[in-house]
Design a protein around this ligand. Structure first.
Ligand code: PHE
Length: 337
């Protein structure tokens, strides 16, 4: 029996030597009600009166020994688990922090805002118009009757026969003049749509910024001064503007307006394609028919209007040679602005 007890002790020591010993299972196996030690104690009845206290004492010693060993092991395991956790969750406070990525405006939105700021500085207010528009505002009221070639159906997304996606921001001129009496001094930025295939300089969706001024005694000189101020603020003080005769049904006279190339100063370079000038917008004096249609007397009032492409201004300003970059949302491109 003595030997049996020593064997139990040795077995317990062996089991407990493993780092991840299952302590509860060992407690049951050695000390439990049906455990090995209990089994030995049950056999005590067969012992002689002299042997009994000796074996009894040894059995208690072994029990205590195993209990202590298990308790000690539990402590070791707890310490090891904590050390492991601390190691795994270690925090290096000297590591550089992660800078939060703050987004920024898309170049188109930024340039549109720059454009708005320039005109707001000249006393213009911003008005908005619908992108889904009536034929009346997009064409008819702009002096473009039913069979006018400027209405080329190829260029326009029609929704019904008289509802379409606006092909220009000019309908906002009419909407404004219907609601507001002169003096009028507004700009209207927004999306416009044309049924064009995508290439380096075309997109079925693009942005324009419309301008309209109506008051007594407004002349072409006012238009020139306004656009010159815009061009110099946008592209630099040395920028010159040039008016070329053109035709728009809703302005008379009409002009296309160029800025002197701000890269070469007019000598001719890659940006201006050797021309020295870059076209930036269409403009003119509001046609009397358009004024009349909005109940504004052309004998009393006159006005000018202009419309420019936001993509175009952005591409010129930043020397972007393909419009598609502006829509691909590749952060390697966008991060350059
Ligand atoms: N709406 C014209 C276009 O899209 C531009 C323009 C606006 C011309 C206002 C004259 C006056 O081409």
């Amino acid at each position: 029996m003595k030997q049996k007890l020593e064997e139990i002790r040795a077995a317990a020591v062996a089991e407990l030597s493993s780092a991840d010993a299952d302590l509860e299972a060992l407690r049951i196996r050695f000390l439990g009600k049906k455990g090995e030690l209990t089994a030995v104690l049950r056999g005590m009845g067969q012992l002689t009166a002299e042997e009994r206290p000796v074996i009894g004492q040894l059995a208690n010693e072994v029990r205590e020994y195993i209990e202590n060993a298990i308790a000690e092991k539990a402590e070791t395991q707890k310490t090891a688990a904590l050390a492991k956790k601390l190691e795994e969750e270690r925090l290096d406070v000297t590591m550089p922090g992660k800078a939060p990525e703050i987004g920024k405006r898309h170049p188109l939105a930024q340039v549109q805002k720059d454009m708005e700021d320039i005109f707001i500085g000249m006393g213009f207010s911003i008005v908005e118009g619908p992108e889904v528009e009536y034929d009346y505002y997009n064409f008819q009221a702009l002096n473009i009757p039913e069979n006018h070639p400027a209405r080329d159906t190829q260029d326009t997304f029609y929704i019904t026969e008289n509802i379409l996606l606006r092909s220009q921001t000019s309908p906002v001129q009419v909407r404004t003049m219907e609601k507001q009496r002169p003096p009028i001094r507004i700009i209207s930025p927004g999306r416009v749509y044309r049924s064009d295939a995508v290439d380096a300089s075309h997109s079925p969706l693009f942005h324009q910024l419309e301008g309209l001024v109506v008051d007594k005694g407004i002349t072409m000189g006012d238009l020139k001064g306004t656009l010159e101020t815009f061009a110099k603020t946008m592209f630099g003080e040395q920028t010159q503007i040039r008016f070329r005769p053109h035709h728009f049904p809703f302005t008379e006279p009409s002009a296309e307006v160029d800025v002197s190339c701000f890269v070469c100063g007019g000598k001719g370079c890659k940006l201006c394609k050797g021309e020295g000038w870059i076209e930036i917008l269409g403009a003119g004096m509001v046609h009397p028919n358009v004024l009349r249609g909005c109940n504004i007397d052309p004998d009393e009032y006159s006005g000018f209007a202009f419309g420019m492409g936001v993509e175009r201004i952005t591409m010129i300003k930043y020397g972007i040679d393909d419009m598609r970059y502006l829509y691909e949302n590749d952060v390697r491109f966008l991060n350059q602005f």
